[in-house]
Write a protein that binds this ligand. Structure first.
Ligand code: FAD
Length: 459
């Protein structure tokens, strides 16, 4: 047991973005940190895959995007010497469909004029749809970006009389992208937060930040290299009964504090006999939604009209894709150690709330997504010609990508009944849906709270 705050020894369970953010914060505060990670690599649900054979750029477990409003993530990157402007491609808020039938782009004007101008000049919306979109934003802003706790996104859109086509073209895609939950199930209150940060935020907050490196190289690699991480260690129990400190499983080490930065069901298993039935019930109340990402490589270059485009869904035809990314435009040339295999364009198709896709045979799902891209891009006025042959593909399915962001879901705080034990993760009460920024914020907050408490008891 340590007796001075500068020799505190903290255990972090989980090396996802929350656990690594906690680790970075604790290290900066002068603590000794030991991280236990069940997997054999860091990054959790936002990581580079160990192998990307056949592709020029390393693949991730899924395509991610960040927003300018992700302040803590950007600050963390900067604090460890990574320049976000180099690691991420910053684009002013813009959405455009792959077939060119819909598009909006915010000029570089001060908020809120940039968002209003984007909506007023949106292609593919008529005047009543544009005005309805502005009315929704102004109504939510007037309500301080709050919505009734039990309301769904579909309920909110109906209450604010949003035309069907506007919902299909704008609100539903935003809801699925940000919350990975169908509008009929998704929390309107969380959606209001998403809109505050995207369309309602400052000009810089609403910028889209697209990774120009693989996800691990964005910043997790840097922390993982400097931290003491025990890979392949699944922690099954936290011993909370000691008078001073906590122990994990059968390890003899007594830690001054523990941060459990693991998903809610794993936290439930870890704490199943802790006696806090309210917490256990909350941990049990989460359920999850899948996200699928199809990566494919073409035989020749095929530059898309924009690095990120919207796809229109048609589930009957297996056209489940919602977003299309031109990874060749986004990613910096292959890093040393990763062998380039050619010069064809690499694309990624993202399918959020991907239940329909999971029910299809894998090869059929892949063929239909490729067909969707081919057909929709062909209709774009600036299309790059017929799609070249697909020479490589990889379909990544994360069955438990994020929690279902339902109305009324009670999300636990980082603090627990035991001041030496803190929780972290995108599912804690961050005010955000299950996103990277929420994970980073929770990790940082858990670390700061734990350090402050230990400093006060040891002073
Ligand atoms: C395909 C996909 C696309 C996404 N797209 C976006 C996006 O575009 N933008 C965005 O902001 N967010 C996106 N997200 C969400 C984002 O990835 C998550 O919010 C974030 O990665 C969660 O980080 P975390 O640290 O809270 O949890 P995790 O990443 O789940 O980390 C938990 C870690 O704990 C480990 N672990 C679990 N149990 C134990 C145990 N008992 N002992 C030891 N270790 C344990 C796990 O192996 C894991 O490494 C996406 C997620 C997925 C899967």
């Amino acid at each position: 047991m340590s007796h001075a705050t500068d020799s505190l020894h903290i255990a972090v369970i989980g090396a996802g973005w929350a656990g690594l953010a906690a680790t970075a914060t604790l290290q900066e505060l002068g603590c000794r940190v030991t991280v236990f990670e069940a997997a054999h690599q860091a990054g959790g649900r936002a990581r580079r895959l160990p192998s990307s054979t056949g592709f020029d750029h390393p693949l991730d477990n899924g395509q991610h995007i960040l927003l300018g409003a992700y302040r803590e993530t950007l600050a963390l990157m900067q604090s460890i010497g990574i320049n976000p402007d180099k690691a991420l491609l910053r684009l002013p808020l813009q959405l455009g469909s792959a077939d060119g039938s819909f598009g909006l782009r915010a000029p570089r004007w001060p908020a809120p004029w940039h968002a209003l101008a984007a909506l007023l000049e949106a292609d593919g919306l008529n005047w009543s749809e544009r005005l309805a979109a502005i009315r929704l934003l102004l109504t939510l802003k007037g309500a301080r970006w709050q919505a009734p706790a039990q309301e769904t996104v579909a309920g909110l859109l109906q209450r604010l009389r949003q035309p069907e086509r506007l919902c299909q073209r704008l609100w539903h895609p935003l809801c699925m992208a940000a919350m990975n939950t169908l509008p009929a199930e998704a929390s309107a209150a969380l959606f209001a937060t998403v809109l505050r940060d995207s369309l309602g935020g400052s000009r810089h907050d609403s910028d889209l930040l697209l990774p120009a490196r693989d996800l691990s190289a964005l910043w997790p690699d840097t922390i993982a290299q400097s931290a003491d991480i025990r890979f392949g260690h699944t922690i099954r129990k936290v011993h909370l009964e000691l008078a001073h400190g906590l122990r994990l499983d059968q390890f003899p080490t007594i830690f001054d504090g523990v941060i459990a930065a693991i998903p809610p069901h794993n936290a439930h298993r870890l704490l199943h006999d802790c006696g806090d039935h309210a917490l256990l019930a909350r941990l049990n109340a989460f359920d999850t939604q899948p996200i699928a990402t199809l990566y494919f490589k073409l035989a020749k270059p095929w530059k898309l009209p924009a690095p990120m485009l919207m796809l229109w869904e048609d589930h009957e035809r297996g056209h489940d894709g919602q977003w299309l990314f031109d990874r060749t435009q986004l990613l910096q040339p292959a890093t040393a150690g990763h062998k380039a295999t050619g010069s064809g364009t690499e694309l990624a198709v993202v399918v959020s709330a991907a239940q329909a896709l999971l029910e299809r045979p894998r090869e059929l799902a892949i063929a239909r997504l490729e067909e969707q891209v081919r057909e929709q891009i062909a209709r774009h006025p600036r299309n790059p010609g017929p799609m070249p042959e697909v020479i490589e593909h990889a379909l990544m399915i994360e069955k438990k990508a994020t929690f279902t962001a339902r109305p009324g879901l009670v999300r636990p705080a980082t603090a627990t009944h035991w001041p030496g034990l803190r929780l972290a993760g995108d599912w804690t009460d961050t005010g955000y849906p299950g996103v990277l920024e929420g994970a980073v914020r929770s990790g940082k907050q858990a670390a700061q709270e734990l350090h402050a408490w230990l400093s006060s008891v040891k002073a």
